[in-house]
Design a protein around this ligand. Structure first.
Ligand SMILES: *Cc1c(COP(=O)(O)O)cnc(C)c1O
Length: 405
């Protein structure tokens, strides 16, 4: 891959034909202001110094690159390394982005933060950094999700955030994003919107990616130290695509490194039963960006399903659409059942409960590692910990066994 293809997006946020700025007129100027401030921050050593200090001492970076010895032995093929983003403060990669954007909000002089959240993970990360910086925090969350994720709602409230229920439509993530956008249109003078994935209008997909690149940069240095060479395969789950692009991006120029993004196959590839945008999706515009999404023949956004809320979204980040078009990254899917089986496998062989999102990446590793030679090296991103999913996993994995007791 040439250097130029790594140098996306362009000044208006285009990754090839994808991305861009599909927002109401009132947001164009503030988004440009955000992009300009981000460019200044990116060139400012003081910004990097402060960010690095927080990532190290507040968030817990660098995260380990852990050799999964027992799992490798069990699968009998490639050497499997796990990038332990699950060990970060608040339990997932999301804090990398939330902390970076909070620093930007400070530079912009904005004292109020809004965010959207599905399962609550991004809401918790945002509420956390707002407490840390003394910023007012409002999190929009679908009423249905609030009920399903009551623990995360309580976490956000304990951190001092206001959680606003959204009751429109399906009352889940898509509606929460709409509501956050509506707030922002009215409040943009005083308010920064901390978007939670590599999605939405420019400059968010680029900015969120850059804040997560630390995952790939660390992994690269760590594998060179451990193995003296680059990995053969990188694997990550893809919701909006932030943990995946963070791991992949620093390796894009290394042609010999294969990369696989794993989407949510839900109950199988049938309308409304999955969230795998590259399985029957189409080109369209949703919530600020042009990308691959799941829509019906009239262009109506389809319902989606996944056992993991973090992967349950109708659109994929525009840079992934671009990398898919280029053929640089391969995309596949794991079903709910595949992910749950991998959840059990990794828990029992390694003593690590993966987030159900991360378990989708683990499912792919479980499928292919045994067919690769023992000399091969895989790095899989453990994007988050499974504590939040214990109830759900127990229902599926312990239910029948308990009944049999
Ligand atoms: C939110 C989340 C994801 C999905 O989001 P991406 O932007 O695709 O990374 C994956 N894993 C965990 C643990 C999450 O919390």
């Amino acid at each position: 891959m040439s250097e130029t293809s790594v140098q996306v997006p362009d000044a208006t946020g285009h990754f090839g034909q994808f991305g861009g700025m599909f927002v109401p007129e009132t947001l164009m100027a503030p988004l440009q202001e955000l992009a300009d401030e981000y460019e200044r921050a990116r060139a400012d050593p003081e910004f990097h110094r402060e960010l690095e200090d927080l990532l190290r001492n507040y968030c817990g970076r660098p995260t380990p690159l852990y050799f999964a010895e027992r799992w490798t032995e069990m699968l009998g093929g490639a050497r499997i390394y796990l990038k332990r983003e699950d060990l970060l403060h608040t339990g997932a990669h999301k804090i990398n982005n939330a902390i970076g954007q909070a620093l930007l909000a400070k530079r912009l002089g904005k004292k109020r933060i809004i965010a959207e959240t599905g399962a609550g993970q991004h809401g918790v990360a945002t509420a956390t950094v707002c407490a840390r910086f003394g910023l007012e925090c409002v999190v929009y969350m679908g009423a249905v999700d609030m009920e399903r994720q009551a623990l995360n709602v309580a976490r956000m409230e304990l951190l001092g955030a206001e959680v606003r229920p959204v009751t429109a439509g399906q009352a889940t993530l898509k509606e929460a994003v709409n509501e956050a956008m509506r707030d922002w249109v009215a409040s943009v003078e005083t308010t920064h919107y901390i978007l939670g994935s590599a999605l939405g209008s420019h400059p968010f997909p680029m900015m969120v990616r850059d804040f997560h690149r630390v995952i790939g940069l660390e992994a690269r240095a760590q594998i060179m130290e451990r193995e003296g060479r680059l990995p053969d395969l990188l694997v990550a789950c893809v919701g909006g695509g932030s943990n995946a692009i963070g791991l992949f991006h620093p390796f894009l120029g290394d042609g010999a490194v294969r990369m696989v993004g794993v989407e949510a196959g839900g109950e199988g590839i049938r309308p409304e039963k999955h969230a795998a945008r590259f399985q029957g999706g189409k080109l369209g515009v949703l919530q600020g960006t042009k990308t691959w999404l799941l829509a019906d023949d009239d262009g109506q956004i389809e319902l989606t399903h996944s056992v993991s809320a973090g992967l349950d979204y109708a659109a994929i980040g525009p840079e992934h659409a671009y990398l898919h078009d280029l053929g640089r990254v391969e995309y596949t899917y794991a079903t709910d059942d595949d992910a749950l089986a991998a959840f059990r496998e990794v828990s029992r062989t390694e003593g690590i409960l993966p987030a159900l999102e991360s378990a989708h990446a683990m499912a792919y590793v479980s499928k292919v590692a045994g067919d690769l030679p023992p000399s091969a090296i895989i790095i899989a991103n453990m994007s988050g910990r499974g504590d939040k999913d214990v109830e759900q996993a127990a229902k599926y994995l312990l239910g029948p066994q308990r009944q049999g007791d």
